[in-house]
Design a protein around this ligand. Structure first.
Ligand code: SIN
Length: 311
């Protein structure tokens, strides 16, 4: 059975629903080129700030049998580096530019600069970095998020997206979805960023696995799959006019299938990509296609959002 993994959304064409999560394989030109040259369906840049950042002290990323913990602290080359990359990009596949200003003004400055370049890339504004000491994740402050989105829409007239942290309560899903639904040009939300401020410990040395923030860091991989699926499912249900991009715990065709079953338009790889490299894209695409064929599905639309429940 011929399986077609391609998709069209927001005027973009992707040969595959898989691409990199912001933060993984996307800090340098070489890494971005490796994703562009792989089987990934699109390319995402590292969340950028106005000025380049070294990030938090090492060790700041560790993988375990169940996933990963990181407190990178937004190491990046500064927005101009990624905007230059976007200008030189060949757009044979879509490019997303992740923006994570330290302040609202920084975000507005970068969005205005991107607007003025009139490029075919789309911004994903990161409202959810959990790794900046003393700085809470913006998207846990609903009033501040509403204010920021209103300001983004004033400055940036084109379609854009946001990267959200995980939410854990149906009331919060509903409140955030209602808020996001107020902004028409907000066209996609990426669910989820890492589950912030977990703590992993090396039993033998009785030491935290990473150094920043006393060992607290964002969890990825198997640790977060159920939370990611719940967020994709609830936001897809509550925001039928918007696209939800799934991120969290995808390491094979099975988890990619589950995210899409929950309503994800496309999906991003984080921990798995970090550990396996860009070969993960072709492998997971093969596995997803095999799974779809075994179930009798030929396109992603055949099962997207069709999760069954008992009620
Ligand atoms: C980081 O650089 O600390 C990770 C970015 C993020 O989780 O948003």
């Amino acid at each position: 059975m011929a399986v077609d993994l391609s998709l069209q959304w927001l005027g973009l064409s992707m040969a595959s629903p898989l691409y990199n999560a912001s933060g993984v394989m996307c800090r340098t030109r070489d890494e971005l080129d490796a994703v562009a040259g792989s089987a990934a369906g699109a390319v995402m840049t590292k969340s950028c700030t106005l000025v380049a950042r070294e990030g938090n002290p090492e060790p700041r990323y560790r993988a375990t049998a169940l996933g990963s913990i990181n407190s990178m602290g937004l190491p990046n080359e500064g927005y101009q580096y990624y905007f230059d990359y976007a200008q030189a990009f060949d757009y044979r596949k879509p490019l997303f530019v992740s923006i994570a200003g330290m302040t609202l003004e920084d975000n507005l400055y970068m969005l205005a600069a991107l607007r003025d370049l009139r490029l075919p890339c789309l911004p994903e504004v990161n409202l959810s970095c959990p790794n900046l000491p003393g700085k809470p994740q913006l998207a846990y402050d609903f009033a501040a998020t509403a204010e920021a989105l209103a300001a983004f829409c004033q400055v940036y007239p084109g379609p854009f997206g946001v990267k959200l942290p995980p939410y854990f309560d149906p009331v919060h899903f509903a409140q955030m979805a209602a808020l996001l639904n107020r902004f028409d040009s907000l066209r996609f939300v990426t669910c989820i960023n890492s589950v912030g401020n977990g703590l992993l410990i090396d039993l033998e040395s009785e030491t935290t696995l990473i150094k920043p923030k006393g060992g607290l860091g964002g969890l990825g991989g198997d640790y977060v799959l159920p939370t990611a699926l719940a967020n994709v499912r609830e936001f897809a249900r509550l925001m039928p006019e918007k696209h939800v991009i799934g991120c969290g715990g995808i390491k094979s065709g099975a988890e990619a299938f589950m995210h899409i079953l929950c309503g994800a338009t496309a999906v991003q790889l984080g921990t798995c990509l970090q550990e396996e490299g860009v070969a993960a894209f072709a492998r997971i695409e093969r596995e997803l296609a095999d799974l779809m064929a075994a179930k009798g599905y030929t396109t992603l639309a055949d099962f997207r959002g069709r999760l069954k429940t008992f009620d």
